[in-house]
Every structure is written in structure tokens, then in C-alpha cells.
Design a protein around this ligand. Structure first.
Ligand code: PLP
Length: 404
């Protein structure tokens, strides 16, 4: 006879610190979709969901690697050809003093290991607010103390350097910046980057620079500058990957490049490498698409940026003509973070928006925002007709709701 027990498996208490707003709201959308409604998804930064196609030569390189038998584990830090291509690209973008290259399951995995190897419980990393929620989730998992600094909407969403300076304390280990930014679409100025580098110098801090959108700069007058190129004397870990600009988020290929003064990063990098060795390797055959992607034709990027520019403009035009919506124009990536002049919580707003008009965006509070402000994050990857339909529905929702 089997014993009847009622199992109760409790999660670790640190999991109370972990949330991921982007996927959380998708659960609400799933319920709405199950009722038979067709949802317009403006919530996930996956270009392959829309009309963007992976460059064929990358597919050829990955499938050739499979046919050639690269189906076992690969090198833990990254296959030689991949590491060399990443290093060469970084050098073309002005990086000097490269101390290490690490390839992982998307940049997300490398970010996780780089934070885990850095932080003791109670330490903190200065993280932007608003922020891409992966960072908060990983920092929560490793029991870091939250230490957000504000991005300033009135100043093109540039980081508030005084706010960063005021928040540095004895447990601060690093400053994180996301440039081009998710969720605001901002590109950081040279002055901002110089200011951040100077704070790192004065306070002996590591800089973590997430540059996964560095090829998706939409306006000619805006130039992306890598902080690693600007401040070769400061230890910097720069994250990047194939997911966004090379249109293969499902291949899970990302990397980090470590730069800085000789010797400064040795012990730390060895700790990161230990974690990378423990998980064996990134997806092996897909690593063989890194060199063809970075060194091969870049023509697809012209089309991607042209499409995104038009979609960004449609988004900005809608925001400009819609009462209660104001948008600091995004210049890079494929996100907009308009401010909402609404009385209720923005999570209530986006939840009822998907329930009533079947348009899915993510609430600003899921990314963090200045107290008392409300926003929503829009992913403007969908084709123009879908975007226009979505914006008409949001306008209709707001007109019915606020009657002004
Ligand atoms: C700023 C930022 N960093 C990192 C990632 C993770 O990308 P991946 O793990 O696919 O390289 C994303 C994904 O949306 C992102 O927006």
C-alpha cells in the first residue's frame, strides 16, 4: 500500500526578492487569449516574433557545424573562432587591453555569472532605474542589497550622476549601465560616460556595461560610444550577443568582454571562469555562427534599422497626439517608455488594457520609475499596420477611461 502524503515543497526565501515583470504580465495575456481574443503583443523584445529574418549565412554556419559534428560540449569560455571574432569586433569599436572573452547562453547567462562571482550577500551594484528586470532578478537571487540610481526623463533619460555619486557606499561593488537602454531607448552621451568612468575611478568600482543594442542606433546624429573604449584604465565588463542585432534570440548566444588595467581583473575573472567551466559550455554548434555573423555581411542591419526607425516614428507620432501620453524620444534599441498622466497604478492600466482591448504592454513599475510617475514600456518591433492598430486601441481605451 502506498502512503498518501500531501507534498509541500517550499521555495528558498531569497526567491521572494526575484520577479520578472515582462513574463509575469504574459500570464494575464494568456488567460485573455484562451477566451479567444487575438492579442497584439508589444511586450517582448524578440524580433523573430515579427517580420525580421535571421541572415541566411548564419543559419548555414550553424547547420554546417551540426553536420560537421560539433554536437558535443564546446569550450567552456567559447570556441576559438568565436572568441577571436568577438575580440576583433571589440577592437574595431575601440576596446583596448582586452583581458578576457566569455561566451554563454545568451548575455543573460554571462550577466548572471559575472554578478554571482562579484557579490557577497549585502553588497550592492548601482543599477539604473528604470532597469531591464533581469538584473534585479539575478541580484535578488544572490542576496544583493538593491541600490538603484535614477535615469532622468527630462534629460533624455541620461543617468543622474549626482544621484549615482550619492548612493555609493562601502558595500558598492559596481556600476551598471545599459547603453543603448532598455526600456527607455536612450543612448548615453560622452559626458555621461566620462562622468560614470570618473566615479568608478574615484571609488574603485567595476563597470558593467550592457551594450546588447549597440548596433541598433536609429539616428545619424547619435553615436554609440562604448565606455570600455572611453576609459581603458577602468575595469569594465561589456555584455553583448547575437540575440538582437543578429536576430537569433532563440539560439541563446551572448558574451562578455573584460577590459582594464593589467592584473586588476585576474582573480575576479578566474572566479567567473570557474562558473563557466561548471556549466560546461554554451550551445556548441551555434558558437560557429558568431564569426560569420560578426565578420560577414552586415546588410541586414540596414533593413532592420530602417524598419525600426519608421516604427519608432509611428510610436512618437502617436504619443505626441494622444492626451495623457508624453514620450522622450527613443534613439536606439526598439523600446519606448512613455509617461502616462493617469490616476491609477500603471500595472492596473496595462492589465485592464490587455483585458479590454487585447494590447499587451508592460507596466513602468515593472522596470522601476521615479515615485509618483507612471509609464508603460512599448516594444515597437511589430509591423506598421499592427502598431497602428495597437495605438488606435490604446487611444480608444484611454478616451473611454478618462473622458478628456
Ligand atoms: C538590456 C538587455 N540585456 C540583456 C538581455 C538578454 O539578452 P540575451 O540573453 O538574449 O543575450 C536583454 C534581452 O532583452 C536586454 O534587453
Amino acid at each position: 500500500m502506498t502512503t498518501q502524503v500531501s507534498f509541500q515543497i517550499a521555495p528558498a526565501s531569497r526567491m521572494a526578492n526575484v520577479s520578472y515583470a515582462i513574463r509575469d504580465l504574459a500570464v494575464v495575456a494568456d488567460q485573455v487569449a484562451k477566451q479567444g481574443h487575438k492579442i497584439l503583443y508589444l511586450n517582448i523584445g524578440d524580433p523573430c516574433t515579427y517580420d525580421f529574418q535571421t541572415p541566411p549565412h548564419m543559419i548555414e554556419a550553424a547547420t554546417k557545424a551540426m553536420r560537421d559534428g560539433f554536437n558535443g560540449y564546446g569550450d567552456s569560455l567559447g570556441e576559438h573562432s568565436a572568441v577571436e571574432a568577438i575580440r576583433a569586433r571589440a577592437e574595431r569599436r575601440g576596446f583596448q587591453g582586452i583581458r578576457g572573452v566569455m561566451v554563454g547562453f545568451g548575455s543573460g547567462e554571462v550577466i548572471d555569472h559575472c554578478l554571482t562571482a562579484l557579490i557577497n550577500p549585502g553588497d550592492n551594484v548601482l543599477t539604473p532605474c528604470p532597469d531591464y528586470p533581469l538584473y534585479g532578478a539575478v541580484l535578488g537571487k544572490i542576496s544583493a542589497e538593491p541600490n538603484p540610481y535614477f535615469l532622468t526623463e527630462e534629460n533624455g533619460w541620461q543617468p543622474d550622476l549626482d544621484d549615482i555619486a550619492a548612493r555609493i557606499n562601502s558595500r558598492t561593488k559596481a556600476i551598471l549601465l545599459i547603453n543603448p537602454n532598455n526600456p527607455t531607448g536612450a543612448i548615453y552621451s560622452k559626458e555621461t560616460l566620462e562622468g560614470i568612468a570618473e566615479l568608478a575611478r574615484r571609488n574603485n568600482l567595476l563597470i558593467l556595461a550592457d551594450e546588447i543594442y549597440d548596433s541598433l542606433v536609429l539616428d545619424e546624429e547619435q553615436k554609440h560610444i562604448s565606455i570600455a573604449a572611453l576609459a581603458p584604465d577602468v575595469p569594465v565588463i561589456t555584455f553583448n550577443g547575437l540575440s538582437k542585432a543578429y536576430l537569433v534570440p532563440g539560439w541563446r548566444i551572448g558574451w562578455a568582454v573584460a577590459t582594464g588595467p593589467e592584473g586588476a581583473l585576474d582573480d575576479y575573472l578566474e572566479a567567473v571562469y570557474k562558473l563557466l567551466r561548471a556549466r560546461l559550455s554554451a550551445p556548441h554548434p551555434f558558437m560557429y555562427a558568431i564569426a560569420p555573423a560578426l565578420n560577414g555581411p552586415q546588410d541586414h542591419l540596414i533593413e532592420v534599422r530602417n524598419k525600426l526607425r519608421r516604427r519608432r516614428d509611428i510610436t512618437a507620432e502617436w504619443a505626441a497626439r494622444t492626451p495623457r501620453v508624453s514620450l522622450t524620444a527613443p534613439h536606439g534599441a526598439f523600446y519606448a517608455f512613455p509617461k502616462l498622466d493617469i490616476p491609477e497604478d500603471d500595472k492596473v492600466f496595462v492589465t485592464e488594457l490587455v483585458q479590454q482591448k487585447y494590447v499587451l504592454c508592460v507596466h513602468g513599475s515593472g522596470f522601476g520609475q521615479r515615485p509618483g510617475t507612471h509609464h508603460m514600456r512599448i516594444v515597437y518591433l511589430p509591423p506598421e499596420d499592427v502598431l497602428r492598430q495597437a495605438y488606435d486601441r490604446i487611444s480608444e481605451f484611454m478616451a473611454e477611461r478618462y473622458r478628456d
